[in-house]
Design a binder for this molecule. Structure first.
Ligand code: ATP
Ligand code: MG
Length: 445
């Protein structure tokens, strides 16, 4: 992409309504624009990162064997009356009437609808296990929408639902989700710690939230610092292997890590003092096992091996796709702007032409642009007729992890400069070597 043709409405002033850094940078970098309280338009740069995050979620769900599908945002109230949640959900549910005066709602989550689909089409235990998921807009009429996309009213969420014959099978689904979530967040450059949590209006017994540690997080968390040493890394996992998934689950959830809702002072105090940590965290996902709560209320049964109908065991699993943009920025920025992890960066590398209009500099930039593009990389070429300082400031703000700087002086010696946004370190390389190096970096992402 050439900057001159891109839509990047960068703001010079810090917007006064933004209280936290991720919100400030998303507005300043022209990623989002508020349309009303807690509701945003996603401008091209923000949309690009949103899609990258969504794509990682899809890839990791596919790897775990979960089936993508899509359900409507506007749903009939009838199903929600069946489960009892139409009344229970309260003010957060946006209720709508259609022209025939029928009660509709904008989906805050989709347990009812998926259960209805399930009971219409699945009749036998032989069709289990089954896990389906969607990535779809949700609406919750939050009392205090704030912090930009972190606590929106409209937000983008991955919600997945498993259907199993027994509790044991459903616990395997639970563990499988935990493993796939660990991988998902790590690919985004995040450490998200599974913490025992409270189930809230969804109901059920077993639930873990995934929290990214950040001072601006809304949750208070308590943990054994040993949990921050755990990484999933690139280990191979067979998602059908019950013991293997249970092993990972155990490894990542045995040490103390809880939100304030489930915090247990006595257990916490049993941890050696030096490892006892209290911090703030951003919830980026949650997994639930809730047994037969919905299947019993909505008569979602299958014929068991003995021919008798049994209600299925279910769980639901969510990832805050749009919230993740904020969480990643909270975890990765400096005073100049965002620092995108390679896995989610909107463009792989920025090209800054120090002297637009100089034949040699223009030609070198063009040829870098072509070479990078030919390798399947997406460069963002700042080809505007602007001062170098302004170009650098924009690149730093929008946070591309790598920048190639091209100027007549370097070109005289046959070199360009490759700079890491994270460390600020630069290296002089021939244009060919710079391309090779950037390609090698992204080979692993
Ligand atoms: P919270 O406690 O933050 O209100 P929740 O527990 O009600 O969230 P879930 O039902 O678990 O949310 O939804 C799954 C994920 O969706 C959450 O882990 C979070 O990342 C994201 N999410 C929930 N509410 C919002 C919101 N208002 N804006 C953006 N993302 C949200
Ligand atoms: Mg939650």
């Amino acid at each position: 992409m050439r900057m001159s043709r891109y839509f990047l409405p960068v703001l010079k002033e810090t917007p006064s309504e933004a209280q936290i850094v991720s919100h400030r940078y998303m507005l300043r970098a022209g990623m989002i624009k508020q349309s009303s309280a807690g509701i945003y338009s996603w401008l091209p740069l923000g949309y690009k990162v949103l899609k990258k995050i969504e794509n990682i979620v899809h890839e990791e769900q596919a790897r775990a064997g979960h089936l993508p599908m899509l359900m409507p945002t506007i749903q009939s109230a009838d199903l929600w009356r069946e489960s009892g949640r139409y009344d229970d959900y309260g003010e957060e549910m946006l209720r709508i009437k259609d022209r025939h005066d029928r009660d509709m709602l904008f989906t805050p989550t989709a347990e009812e609808l998926i259960t209805d689909i399930f009971r219409a089409h699945v009749g036998s235990y032989k069709d289990l296990p089954l896990t389906m998921y969607q990535i779809q807009w949700k609406f919750r009429d939050e009392v205090r929408p704030r912090f930009g996309v972190m606590r929106g009213r409209e937000f983008y969420m991955k919600d997945g639902y498993n259907f199993d014959l027994t509790k044991e099978d459903a616990m395997h689904a639970y563990n499988r989700h935990l493993v796939s979530y660990l991988r998902t967040y790590e690919r985004m450059g995040l450490q998200a710690i599974p913490m025992r949590a409270d189930s809230g209006p969804i109901g059920g017994d077993d639930t873990h939230e995934f929290l990214v540690l950040a001072d601006t997080g809304e949750s208070e968390v308590f943990y054994d610092s040993a949990v921050t040493d755990l990484t999933f890394g690139d280990r191979e996992i067979d998602y059908d292997n019950v013991e293997q998934c249970a092993g990972v689950m155990e490894e990542f959830t045995t040490k103390y890590a809880r939100t304030d809702e489930t915090h247990d002072e006595a257990l916490f105090n049993a941890i050696p003092e030096a490892r006892r940590k209290t911090a703030r965290g951003i919830e980026v996902g949650q997994i639930f096992y809730f047994g037969t709560k919905y299947s019993e209320a909505m008569k979602a049964t299958v014929q068991g091996p003995d021919g008798k109908p049994v209600p299925v065991h279910m769980g639901s699993h969510g990832i805050g796709v749009s919230r993740l943009l904020g969480a990643i920025i909270e975890a990765s920025h400096d005073d100049k702007g965002i620092i995108w992890p390679e896995g989610v960066t909107p463009f792989h590398v920025g090209i800054v032409n120090l002297k637009q209009g100089d034949d040699e500099a223009d030609a070198a930039c063009e040829s870098l642009y072509k070479a990078l593009t030919a390798l399947g990389l997406e460069p963002l070429y700042d080809d505007r007729d602007e001062r170098a300082g302004g170009k650098f400031a924009t690149m730093d703000l929008i946070g591309l992890p790598w920048r190639i700087t091209v100027g007549p002086r370097g070109l005289k010696n046959g070199v360009v400069e490759l700079t890491s946004r994270r460390t600020g370190e630069s290296e002089e390389l021939s244009p060919e070597e710079a391309v090779k190096k950037v390609a090698a970096i992204y080979d692993n992402h």
